[in-house]
Design a protein around this ligand. Structure first.
Ligand SMILES: Cc1cn([C@H]2C[C@H](O)[C@@H](COP(=O)(O)OP(=O)(O)O[C@H]3O[C@@H](C)C(=O)[C@@H](O)[C@H]3O)O2)c(=O)[nH]c1=O
Length: 182
């Protein structure tokens, strides 16, 4: 696997290193030894998949509050997404900065999203399937989120939002919070 630093501290793009032959190719999508070498947590405890029917569907921006923070390894298995992450670690040099990545079934890129980041994606096509591994169990009481249109973050989404959950439409703005984000 090839690990490429992003603009955001501790977040990485993870590219496959395919070994091709007449059948196609073989590649690792996760390897604890290779993750260890880069210093990434690979103690994944759950794998999730989500299917979104309509282009322009937005999910996020999500995180679990401490001590239930989770690292995520995200991959788009069908179709294409823009994945957007925001660093919400108050002491980080990239606090409140965000970055957008195109993950598609053709480029097979994966994104490693560390604890202390909010995570989201928008589908660029109909019928999109996204799969991700996480290092913490689902903790409904710890669910939290940022608003996709919070001007303090300033994300320029590539498409108008067509579908999103009520929960995601109603996360508080950062300026309305009295406690630190993470
Ligand atoms: C995340 C999660 C949800 N659920 C349930 C809760 C709810 O009934 C249903 C759908 O949940 P949500 O609306 O939160 O699904 P969704 O909006 O797809 O949530 C996901 O969004 C992306 C961006 C992430 O980063 C993920 O970590 C996760 O938060 O599934 C679980 O049972 N286990 C889980 O681990």
């Amino acid at each position: 696997m090839k690990f490429t630093e992003t603009n955001l501290k501790d977040a990485y793009l993870v590219d496959l290193e395919p070994r091709g032959d007449e059948r196609g190719f073989f590649a690792r999508t996760m390897c604890c030894d290779e993750f260890d070498e880069v210093g990434l947590d690979s103690n994944f405890v759950q794998q999730n998949t989500s299917f979104s029917a309509q282009r322009g569907t937005l999910r996020g921006l999500h995180f679990q509050k401490q001590p239930h923070g989770e690292d995520k390894l995200v991959r788009c298995l069908k179709g294409a997404i823009v994945d957007v992450i925001v660093d919400i670690r108050k002491d980080s040099s990239t606090y409140l900065q965000h970055q957008m990545f195109e993950l598609t079934s053709s480029n097979r890129l994966q994104l490693y999203v560390p604890k202390g980041f909010a995570h989201s994606f928008m589908t660029l096509e109909d019928d999109v399937e996204v799969s991700y591994l996480v290092t913490a169990r689902y903790s409904p009481a710890s669910e939290d989120g940022l608003r996709f249109d919070d001007e303090e973050i300033g994300i320029k989404w590539p498409l108008p939002v067509t579908v999103m959950s009520d929960k995601d439409a109603n996360w508080p703005l950062i300026q309305a919070r009295s406690e630190p984000l993470y």
